[in-house]
Ligand binder design. Structure first.
Ligand code: IMP
Ligand code: MG
Length: 174
């Protein structure tokens, strides 16, 4: 089926908001080093743009997770496909995500990361769909709250496509 993409948030709007969040993070972490943990692949575009706008010292690490399929997905148990390279001990960890949807993946992930001895763990997401939440997750920095629609761009995919769009679009099927 052919699909088309309708712009929801333009490149300018997204860039402006990322600058604001970068400024906020730079203020909140003044005098500290922030350790950004990117959840691949979706979080990668946002993480790079955000990191460039943070003025305190930054270090980066990456992890990739996948939900266990079928029935167990509802339990929120996620499998680590690629783990972090570095220890989180004593670090000020900021998890960077593309979107919080049901919250299942992140609630599991955040608990797991907190067990690794960091100084603190916070969460920054570009997009949030609060209507879809099944598991409560504390989001510390949100780019945009959006309605319950399937979005792509800025790292988010539909069938692995559209991650490279420099804006956020809604997938429409005509
Ligand atoms: P959840 O919060 O555990 O339900 O899962 C969030 C993950 O589902 C995100 O990291 C995305 O990979 C994916 N996801 C959720 N909503 C969308 C969307 O609108 N477009 C693309 N991917 C999405
Ligand atoms: Mg994701």
């Amino acid at each position: 089926m052919a699909e088309r993409i309708e712009v929801l948030l333009s490149e300018e709007e997204v860039d402006k908001r990322i600058q604001e969040i970068g400024d906020q993070i730079s203020r909140d972490y003044a005098g500290k080093q922030v350790h950004l943990v990117c959840v691949l692949k979706g979080g990668s575009f946002f993480m790079c743009e955000l990191a460039k706008r943070i003025t305190v010292p930054v270090s980066l690490d990456f992890m990739s997770v996948s939900s266990y399929g079928g029935d167990t997905k509802s339990s929120g148990v996620v499998k680590i496909v690629k783990d972090l390279d570095e220890s989180l001990s004593e670090k000020h960890v900021l998890v960077v995500e593309d979107i919080v949807d049901s919250g299942r993946t992140l609630s599991y992930l955040l608990e797991m990361l907190k067990d690794r001895g960091p100084a603190d763990v916070k969460l920054c997401t570009l997009l949030d769909k609060p209507e879809r939440r099944v598991v409560e997750v504390k989001v510390d920095y949100t780019g945009f709250e959006i309605p319950d629609e399937f979005v792509v761009g800025y790292g988010l995919d539909y069938d692995q496509k559209y991650r490279n769009l420099p804006y956020i679009g809604v997938v429409k099927f005509d």
